[in-house]
Design a binder for this molecule. Sequence first.
Ligand code: AMP
Length: 468
Amino acid sequence: MQRSYSRGGDNRRGPRSNSGGRRPSNGGGRRGGGGGRPRPSFDPSLFINKNPVDVEEEVYVPVHKFNEFGLHEDIVKNLASQGIESPSPIQDETIPLAIKGRDVIGLAATGTGKTAAFLLPLIQKTLKNKNQMTLILTPTRELALQVEMEFQKFKSPFNLFATTCVGGTSIRPQIKALRRHQHFVIGTPGRIKDLANQGYLRLERVNNVVLDEADRMLDMGFIHDMRDILDQVPKTGRQTLFFSATMTKEAEGLVNDFLVDPVSVSVKKKDAANSIMQDVVPFDPANKFDTLLLLLQKPELSRVIIFCEMKHQAERLSQDLVRQGIKAESIHGNKSHGQRQRSLKNFKGGQARILVATDVAARGIHVDAVSHVINYDLPGTLEDYVHRIGRTGRGELKGQALTFIPNASARGAQSDRSANRGARPDSRSAQPPRRQYSTGRTPMRPVRPTAADESYEHDGPVLVAGAD
Ligand code: AMP
């Protein structure tokens, strides 16, 4: 099995509202759905895009082959045995720089092969000098575990060691693991800082640092932990690789303070916000759950992530669904690490059709073939919205995103849409103009609705029979 990557382009900024800020500014209402803390209100037409563009991604022709990077031949053989034959764009550009020892800023999202882009050169470096120690910081436990899994895949057949140190699980096994020399320590900033402060992790021994999904770590408020950690890693001789989907002011500050003469590499995945069919589901607050149940009767909603605003709401909703005989799991911060992993496994394995999640818990998770994302509660920011809906329509697959909005707002959306009939849906206006893939040769064409889409072809927002 050979997998191929498509060419990316510039991705210096992620999706933002027109104001450039994080909070959408349309009105100051409360979120749709009963109770909870005040949420920003959105122009509901932002959630409608019935004519997603189908971006035909051209297949990327890499400049290098894996055996031209100076990687050990067994690393190359191992990659080939896993069907990884040729480098993805981020790997093609980053690996030669990282092998030369340069600091690198990689602007790339999940799914671009960025993990191998930093792991392969660092594994190679460690093979040459086993005293090397690499620290990889990630925003979430799930991502840390995913990075460790990738490490285990790529380091074979060599005797190299890695351990994952994340919060929400007992610190003792982590302390025990750190007593042995670990070539790679992967973890979330809070737990890494704890272990360093307690003297179990000797940051002065670290030679290489990777900041993975740095923008997410900053979003999650880890800036002080990240700075404290980086301050304790010796600057002389350190190699720092910085990966982020977007480049914010705060991220730039980190880069300026901690990277030395870095080279910037940028790739982009397909533009999720414009390539996913999006619509709204109006609901009467008294019947919100019934509206969801009606929607879930549609067989095409085969693998669904439902987003809730708060942890307890996510838990309650999944339990309510299970009571209705619908196989559902939940993932949120009130669950232990093990429980979250189990839920994810059941969802990925198809034992559960629904995963109810909060924004934070869903960050960085990969699940293939998610048919629908449902925003049962509105997202807090437009960035969250784009991030949520990006869980569907991955790769070649088509996905749909449905956003619950209260009836009154739905009527607003309807009239907005009538006024704009024939024009490009407003979901675009929420985002800055995007450059498509950097070669400028990516053809774009409108997509005709498929049979599955027909159910959403109506005058107004998605109407669920009997929901009104
Ligand atoms: P990432 O973007 O690092 O999360 O990687 C996404 C997935 O792509 C992982 O399962 C990798 O093992 C896989 N992958 C990494 N590099 C390549 C490549 N050059 N070709 C095909 N698949 C890859």
